[in-house]
Every structure is written in structure tokens, then in C-alpha cells.
Design a protein around this ligand. Structure first.
Ligand SMILES: [Zn+2]
Length: 351
């Protein structure tokens, strides 16, 4: 393509890139809104809209009201039917803080969440937000400085993928910090323990709690007729999210139940729509390796440091990161560091 054509193409795709998501029709009336920010800290979550006969069910809100409003605008261009149900797959703030914007746009909205979610929002959710408000400005500044200097924390040159991710993460974190100061937490109005079925006319939507994993109280949303599954962050790409609020000892078993749905299409909490289950199987294998390694270490009386030394996740790191330095760093940040510690604590609690 000539230079002018390239420039025109860039201008034409610019609005979509600014909006931060693509709109994908997975089946008639089943629409995924998939984030397009560079793979980085995964600040914002994917959404799924299921359009019924006279109302719509949406899965997950977003990190900010502004981000939710952009998704709402895109949804209104597709259907004028009201959103009657918003399902929060878990309490993490990037799936939750947009609730107020959805409620403002659709005043009759019912918010569906796990029965533990209200308590989690008031406790660990509020602490998380306070922590983010405290450490966030320093993070934004550090990321911007690294982009400007073109060097990482150790002074090594940044590659293009990492630089783009840092720049995008800094902008998203800055927007989040600005928005979160004033946003109201809007908790669920309908609570689910194990299962809830919503009938949108002829279309059925199952909301299920497959067990603890990414958090103690993850929900997935299953469309049995279409065999489409929205997993929340039980499945996230390009690296899994097994953080310090995860239940790593339960994760593999819970993912096994998720795989047993036999979904043809999987909408993860972050990352592109998946049309086979190779990726969640790899996450299941990783979670099983962490569980088994930590169980053996704790049974042998190992300390956390000894446990870290005993468990070698290199093959998994290579499988998820390939040759990407950024993905390797994300794997360390979102899996290797927090998951072994969270698993060790959970195994000791149980033992
Ligand atoms: Zn999450």
C-alpha cells in the first residue's frame, strides 16, 4: 500500500481504535464488545450483550463510567430494547465501576451478582480502590517516565510492544483514577448462590457459579442454545489472572467444570473471543501444576520461599509468553508472583 493509502487507512480505523473495543456478533442478537487496548495491565473488561424479545442482558460493566457509556452508545446503535439485567462476573473493579453508568442509562436495571459480592465490595473492593488511589499516581508517573526515556526499571531499552502497553496503561490508569474518586459502588440487586436462569422471551441465559477460582465468587454466563460462554476472568488472555484474591487450589477444578459446558465460543474477561478451548485447557494445566506443587511443598512443611524455589513454571511462562518480553513480564506479575503465594496461604489454611 502507498503512503497516502496507508495514511487514509489509518484515519479510517482511528475512531474504532479510540473507542477501545470492537463489536463482534457471535450469533443473532449475541454481541461481544472486545477491548482493543494493547495487551498490558488489562485495565478494562470485555462485555457481552444478549438481546431477547423485549429486553437485553449484559455481562460485566467496565472500569469507568466513561468506558461504559461508549459501550452503551454502541449497543444503542444495535438495539433500542432496554437492558434489564447486568451480570457482574465478580467484584473486581474493572468489571464493576461502570455499573452506575449502566443504571443511569437504564433505570429499570437489575444487577445480578454472586451472594458474596456485596460483602466483597464493601471490604476488599473498598480496600483495593483505596490502594489504587494511593499508589496509582506513582504508577502513572513511572510508566510515563519509562515511555519518555525508552527504558525499563532496570535501565534496559523498551521494545515497541512494551512501550505501547506502558503508554496505554498510563492513560487508562490516569482516567481510572480521575473517575474512581467520585463513582458510586452500585451493588447487585439479585444475588446468585449456584445458579440463576433468566428467560428473555424465547431465549434462556444461565448464570452459574462454577466454584472459586479467579476470586471466591466467580460467575459465568452460559447460553445453552447458542453454546456461548462468558467466563469473566476465569479465562483471561494473553496471560491468566491468578492474583492475590484468587483461590489457586480450587482454580483447576473450577475450570474443569467450565470446560465441561462444551462451549463453542468463549468470551473471556480480557482478550479476544475464543472459538476452541485450547487456551482455557492450558490455564487449567497451569493451575493444576500450581495446586499440586504447592500441596506437596506444604505437606513437606516448606516455607513460602522454599515453595517458590520448588515450583518451576518456566514451561508455562514460555507457552503463554512465547518470545514476547511484555507477556513474560505480565506472566510474572499476574501469575508467578501472586499465585504461588495465594496457593501457599490457601493450602496452609486448609491443612
Ligand atoms: Zn478480575
Amino acid at each position: 500500500m502507498g503512503r497516502l493509502a496507508c495514511l487514509l487507512a489509518a484515519l479510517l480505523i482511528a475512531p474504532a481504535a479510540r473507542a477501545g473495543f470492537t463489536v463482534e456478533t457471535l450469533a443473532p442478537g449475541v454481541i461481544a464488545f472486545v477491548r482493543t487496548e494493547p495487551a498490558g495491565m488489562m485495565f478494562d473488561a470485555n462485555n457481552l450483550a444478549v438481546i431477547g424479545e423485549d429486553a437485553v442482558l449484559v455481562v460485566d460493566s467496565n472500569a469507568t463510567a466513561a468506558s461504559s457509556r461508549e459501550v452503551i452508545r454502541a449497543l444503542r446503535a444495535i438495539t433500542r430494547k432496554p437492558v434489564r439485567y447486568l451480570v457482574n462476573t465478580h467484584w473486581h473493579l474493572d468489571h464493576f465501576e461502570g455499573n452506575a453508568a449502566w443504571l443511569e442509562a437504564y433505570p429499570g436495571l437489575e444487577i445480578v451478582g454472586h451472594e458474596a459480592t456485596r460483602g466483597e465490595l464493601a471490604g476488599v473492593g473498598a480496600r483495593n480502590r483505596a490502594g489504587m488511589l494511593e499508589s496509582g499516581p506513582g504508577l502513572v508517573e513511572a510508566l510515563r517516565r519509562r515511555v519518555a526515556e525508552g527504558r525499563d526499571r532496570e535501565g534496559r531499552p523498551l521494545d515497541a510492544e512494551t512501550k505501547a502497553a506502558y503508554a496505554s496503561d498510563a492513560d487508562q490508569a490516569a482516567r481510572y483514577l480521575e473517575a474512581t474518586r467520585t463513582v458510586a459502588f452500585v451493588p447487585p440487586t439479585i444475588e446468585v448462590r449456584d445458579r440463576l436462569t433468566v428467560h428473555l422471551g424465547a431465549r434462556s441465559v444461565d448464570v452459574r457459579h462454577p466454584g472459586p477460582g479467579h476470586t471466591r465468587s466467580d460467575l459465568v454466563v452460559w447460553l445453552p442454545a447458542e453454546r456461548i460462554l462468558a467466563t469473566g476472568d476465569l479465562v483471561a488472555a494473553p496471560v491468566p489472572l491468578i492474583g492475590n484474591t484468587a483461590r489457586p487450589m480450587d482454580y483447576a477444578g473450577t475450570l474443569e467444570r467450565v470446560l465441561a459446558f462444551g462451549a463453542l465460543v468463549i468470551v473471556p474477561g480480557h482478550g479476544p473471543v475464543m472459538r476452541d478451548d485450547a487456551y482455557p485447557r492450558r490455564v487449567r494445566d497451569l493451575a493444576a501444576a500450581i495446586r499440586d506443587g504447592v500441596r506437596a511443598a506444604v505437606a513437606a512443611g516448606a516455607t513460602l520461599e522454599e515453595t517458590r524455589k520448588r515450583i518451576d513454571l518456566t514451561a508455562f511462562r514460555d507457552a503463554f509468553a512465547g518470545s514476547s518480553k511484555l507477556r513474560g513480564a505480565l506472566f510474572d506479575l499476574y501469575v508467578a508472583q501472586p499465585a504461588i503465594e495465594a496457593a501457599w496461604r490457601q493450602a496452609r489454611e486448609a491443612g
